[in-house]
Design a protein around this ligand. Structure first.
Ligand code: Q46
Ligand code: ZN
Ligand code: ZN
Length: 313
């Protein structure tokens, strides 16, 4: 297998693009593709400050690396969720720290849920979810904290490492149930919401610059680039429904290369033509009485209600 660009030995073959590349050209191709997605979906520009949500995994660290190489003002945010008695979160944080230590000028901040708010995600789930998987609650907590940090720090956008496999799996779950509201909101970029003033969005724009890259490509990028990342998934992700759909889509992909990509891109095209437009009532937002973040609820947002319930036992 030879690199299409120079004829050297290829390190990766991407069937869906009928493209094989050597190490050097693959390391060029990933940033090129990322830049294209940023421009195509109008995610952000070089003048914007970007907050990259980093977990210590391959996608978010590769994304941060690529954004820095492309010259974006990208700063990291690590949210310590206290997973596995804190052990899993501590080791993930270690990868983020080593990543930044190796890159001059790479800045990041940590929000520690237990230290800053009083409870870790598993502790919250134990009380509020009676031992059920904490993922829904964890997602809520992460979104809230990302928004708060982006707002307080004056960041223009939040960038996350979601790749095409993540998006296609979510799309499949939503499609199988025809979840029109979720389908309407699934997009490579979500606009900022709820402005206090024209220059101060209450919820920052959210962007997924890796949305057109397969998971095996982001993993290959991390390996070829020499980025060390936490290999083990969060223990709560093991056996998750999302992983089940990823496997299903991979079976489809091996039978029909490009199926995952066209499933997702055709969805975006259909949306572009007006399918799944957002119902008007979803757009009516109030300011949370406690934290000020926009919410569809009349009083407190879901995050503040969660902590209020904790406070009242
Ligand atoms: S971190 Fe949180 Fe994920 Fe772990 S508890 Fe679930 S949602 S699986 S991306
Ligand atoms: Zn080459
Ligand atoms: Zn709130």
């Amino acid at each position: 297998m030879k690199c299409r660009k120079c004829g050297a030995v290829a390190v990766i073959k991407m069937q869906q693009h009928k493209l094989a590349l050597c190490e050097e050209h693959f390391l060029e191709w990933i940033p090129e593709q990322t830049e294209r997605a940023i421009e195509k979906y109008k995610m952000f520009g070089p003048e914007d400050r970007i907050l990259v949500a980093v977990s210590g995994g391959k996608d978010s660290l590769s994304l941060w690396d690529v954004l820095l190489r492309l010259g974006y003002q990208a700063e990291g945010l690590y949210i310590h969720l206290g997973i596995n008695g804190g052990g899993y979160s501590d080791s993930s944080l270690g990868y983020v720290e080593r990543f930044t230590a190796a890159r001059e000028g790479a800045k990041f901040q940590v929000v520690d849920l237990k230290a800053d708010y009083g409870q870790s995600v598993p502790e919250l789930a134990r009380v509020k979810h009676r031992g059920r998987k904490p993922c829904a609650l964890c997602g809520l907590v992460k979104r809230h904290i990302m928004n708060r940090v982006a707002y307080e720090g004056g960041y223009h956008a939040i960038a996350t490492g979601h790749n095409l496999d993540d998006e296609a799996a979510v799309l499949m779950q939503n499609t199988l149930r025809w979840q029109a509201g979720y389908l309407a909101r699934q997009a490579p970029v979500l606009p900022s919401v709820g402005r206090r003033s024209p220059t101060e969005p209450r919820l920052a724009r959210k962007a997924k610059p890796f949305v057109r890259l397969y998971e095996r490509e982001t993993a290959a990028y991390a390996i070829v680039r020499g980025i060390e990342y936490i290999y083990d998934e969060c223990p709560y992700a093991v056996g998750s429904t999302t992983n089940f759909y990823k496997e299903l889509l991979n079976q489809l992909e091996s039978h029909s290369p490009g199926a995952k990509l066209s499933f997702y891109l055709s969805f975006l095209q259909a949306k572009g033509k007006g399918l799944f437009s957002e119902p008007a009532e979803i757009l009516k937002l109030n300011d949370c009485q406690r934290c000020g973040q926009p919410t569809t609820a009349p009083g407190l947002c879901a995050f503040c209600r969660l902590w209020q319930r904790m406070d009242s036992g």
